[in-house]
Design a protein around this ligand. Structure first.
Ligand SMILES: [Zn+2]
Length: 112
């Protein structure tokens, strides 16, 4: 049976209607395109990939005991930036590099 769910990713301002057939995503339709994805070819897939990339990155860090204080995606490249403590910056960068994630790590002084 086909069902449609409305998805608003936490990585940008897009709104996408996703049509599912027995748990398989069969169609995605842009309802609202944010500034970053307006006019982008295959925008729903780009938004999904961007969101999954963020999830994979944060999950990999969490699994390693890294505390992510903040994250954002910015710039024309839509690059992920994660903020961690100064002490965890190097291990966090190593973990992301080893998982093939394109992300920038910023170490923030505690209490700063
Ligand atoms: Zn978007």
């Amino acid at each position: 049976m086909k069902t449609t769910t409305r998805w608003r990713p936490d990585t940008c301002g897009c709104t996408i209607d996703q049509t599912w057939d027995d748990g398989t995503l069969v169609a995605s339709t842009m309802v609202i395109a944010c500034a970053a994805h307006f006019g982008v070819t295959n925008a729903p897939a780009c938004v999904l990939e961007e969101n999954q990339h963020k999830n994979r990155s944060l999950n990999a860090l969490e699994d390693a005991g890294i505390i992510v204080q903040a994250w954002r995606i910015e710039g024309a490249e839509r690059k992920l930036t994660v903020e961690v403590s100064v002490e965890q910056a190097a291990p966090a960068a190593a973990i992301l590099a080893s998982t093939g994630v394109h992300a920038r790590v910023i170490g923030k002084p505690m209490g700063g």
